[in-house]
Design a binder for this molecule. Structure first.
Ligand code: K7E
Ligand code: CUA
Length: 666
């Protein structure tokens, strides 16, 4: 079959339709004839046993990360990042709200695409997981001892933080390339002035100090769309590669207008060179406003600070900082093989998978094998940099990962398959259909120097008939594939949450033994902490009433409050004084407007409550914590404004008994 460019464009334009055709024409292949008899045992993790890998899936438009065990496909946890999470109060309670602060105000949502594990020497190390917020440009850090979002940095001079947050092999930087070019600094100009006024930026963000992420510098680039990125490694350490599309610089009907050029570019950025230029003062100060939010580890309270100004480096001021590698055609993913020599691009509309050679690129730079320059950035000759092309790989190559044994695996969105090919000879050695239309794929460590090449997960965009119908909207579908032998084998289908774009996975052994089991009460510095039953109480400051209470199996203390008035703002500061793993309590009060609180052992959380009419209101524990969980309840009395009911909190009889016998209290 010869595939004309036009045919591919048609297929791409109607990709969903094309999937329909492909799947309608294909025999109704069920997994049963793709898999072998021992499949069930390959994914079966016996009750009480652990999975071999943690997999971190982006939640896409849910703004979350979901954590799965592999090979079982069991969902272990949802981590809220760019979202409010009614399940535990993240983004609602007083302690965490600051995490979602931006210069656009409080933004409790984002579109999260790319989880990226921190690395040491180019190998995932299990310390942190970074993930991008695409819509309101941000990067988050999740701490993997607690599986909690600890830090969020807003990215200024960016619009659509898509090529992010890929890391350097030492996690010195994570990057952010702007998908949409915009006027920089942003200003009120005609959209038709795109070619004169719109620019792209590539940001390098310091990432190796928790709580201290910041913009090291930004590179001002031509007004293309910067789509994905990956760091070099080994010989190419010190370089970063970003795909771009829309090198036509169209501002309307991109489907057509940005598909004109036969080749777009991979931008190769020498960030060590950029560091030199910045150190020499060649970057210009540019005004920028952005917010930085992080969690103080002792109080577990999120703080937010305003930052301003960035160092903006122009390639014309720093020769050698960037080159363009011509790449067919509207490339999407860019992936660097474990040796650091090959740079694989996924040209959405290309008929081949082009692979660039880092060695050839260096020679081409030395020989000045340039076609032209764009805004001071030399465009290298395609033939001078290309290592090879994978011929007839399928339709719609998007993303590639590696198994560490000399093979690469690429998703084919349109022909709905994964293609395995050999680095160096570029021959396709195996292919397997997936259901349906894969975006990213993931091999544990598959973008690193040391892939754990046993499993591959295909992250499919369209689910259709794979699961029991759930109305027009179906869960996204992931498929676990065995890549330990010559032939790929499907082992398992499992639904995922939101829209996982990318995912990463790591051996469980690198994380599980470092897991925090509870927070030490003695080290809790929340100003409203209550460390013992006798320390609870109620205080009034104007119209604000602060309530300090503890939660422990199976009561709150104090648990009766009076003297609150309509018009007051009541803050329930609840401390879980348990010092034991996985003993959580919750807190909810009648009429609460947002979420309840979930209290991890040793932590303090605050729920703000606005009583609207006189009466007596119950509160209770929402997390089934003990046999007497249903007894874990109390009351708060609300009187009319101006009432003379005294402000009181009871002390539980048990505590009184302990105090009188000299056992309790401080
Ligand atoms: Cu291909 Cu946002 Cu990485 Cu989706 S992206 S698939
Ligand atoms: Cu505490 Cu239920």
């Amino acid at each position: 079959m010869t595939i004309s460019g036009k045919r591919i464009a048609q297929l791409a334009a109607a990709s969903v339709g094309a999937i329909g055709i492909i799947y309608a024409c294909a025999p109704r292949t069920s997994t049963s004839n793709l898999v072998t008899g021992d499949v069930a045992s390959r994914v079966f993790v016996p009750p009480g046993s652990y999975d071999e890998y943690y997999a971190f899936m982006s939640g896409g438009y849910s703004g979350q990360v979901s954590v799965y065990g592999l090979p079982s496909g069991r969902l272990l946890k949802l981590i809220p990042v760019f979202s409010q999470f009614a399940e535990d109060g993240y983004g609602y309670n007083d302690e965490s709200k600051a995490m979602l602060q931006t210069t656009y105000g409080f933004v409790p949502w984002d579109d999260a695409h790319h989880p990226e594990l921190s690395q040491t020497n180019g190998v995932p190390d299990g310390r942190w997981l970074f993930i991008n917020g695409n819509n309101t440009p941000r990067i988050a850090r999740i701490d993997l001892t607690r599986f909690e979002t600890d830090e969020i940095l807003q990215i200024p001079n960016s619009a659509g933080n898509h090529s992010s947050p890929f890391t350097t092999p030492d996690t010195k930087y994570v990057v952010a390339g702007t998908r949409f070019s915009i006027p920089i600094p942003n200003e009120d100009v005609a959209i038709t002035s795109y070619k004169q006024n719109f620019k792209g930026t590539l940001s390098f963000i310091t990432a190796d100090q928790p709580g201290k992420m910041d913009i090291a510098f930004q590179l001002l680039m031509p007004g293309f769309d910067y789509d994905l990125g990956h760091a070099g490694k080994g010989p190419s350490d010190g370089w970063f590669f970003f795909t771009s599309y829309n090198t036509e610089q169209a501002n309307t009907k991109l489907e057509e207008n940005a598909s004109q050029n036969d080749k777009d570019y991979v931008a190769a950025v020498n960030y060590k060179r950029a560091e030199e230029c910045v150190a020499q003062g060649l970057a210009k100060a540019m005004p920028a406003e952005y917010d930085h939010n992080w969690v103080d580890s002792a109080s577990r309270i999120a703080k937010s600070e305003k930052k301003s100004g960035v160092k903006m480096l122009r390639p014309t001021d720093c020769p050698g900082v960037a080159y363009y590698l011509p790449t067919p055609k509207s490339p999407h993913g860019v992936d660097v093989d474990p040796t650091g020599e090959y740079i694989v691009a996924g040209g959405k509309l290309a008929t081949v998978i082009p692979v660039h050679s880092f060695k050839k690129m260096q020679q081409a730079i030395a020989n000045k094998a340039f076609d032209k320059e764009v805004d001071g950035i030399p465009v290298l000759k395609y033939d001078a940099v290309v290592a090879g092309e994978v011929q007839k790989p399928g339709l719609g190559p998007l993303h590639t990962e590696f198994d560490g044994k000399g093979y690469a695996y690429t998703t084919m969105f349109i022909s709905s398959e994964i293609v395995k090919w050999k680095l160096g000879t570029w021959e396709v050695v195996d292919r397997i259909p997936v259901y349906y239309s894969p975006g990213h794929l993931m091999i544990p460590g598959g973008d690193s120097r040391q892939p754990w090449g046993k499993y591959l997960v295909s992250l499919n965009k369209i689910t259709k008939d794979r699961y029991l119908p759930t109305g027009p909207e179906m869960a996204q579908s992931a498929q676990l594939i065995d890549i330990s032998g010559d032939k790929m084998k499907v082992l398992l289908d499992f639904p995922t949450i939101g829209e996982p774009h990318y995912a990463q996975a790591i051996p469980a052994s690198l994380i599980k033994d470092k897991s925090v089991k509870f927070f030490k009460l003695a080290e809790n510095t929340n100003p409203w902490v209550t460390k013992s039953e006798a320390d609870g109480g109620i205080t009034r400051t104007g119209k604000t009433v602060d309530i300090k209470m503890i939660a422990i199996r199976s009561h709150f203390a104090p648990d009766n409050f009076e003297g609150v008035q309509v018009g007051d703002t009541v803050k329930f500061h609840v401390t879980n004084i348990e010092q034991d793993w996985d003993i959580l309590h919750g807190f909810a009060v009648l009429g609460a407007n947002t979420s309840e609180l979930i209290l991890q052992p040793g932590e303090t959380r605050t729920l703000t409550w606005l009583p609207k009419s006189p009466g007596v209101y119950p509160f209770y524990c929402t997390d089934f914590c003990s046999a007497l969980h249903q007894e874990m309840q109390g009351y708060i009395r609300v009187s009319p404004a101006g009432s003379n009911v005294k402000l009181i909190a009871n002390v539980s009889p048990k505590t009184q008994a302990q105090i009188s016998s000299g056992q309790g209290g401080r």
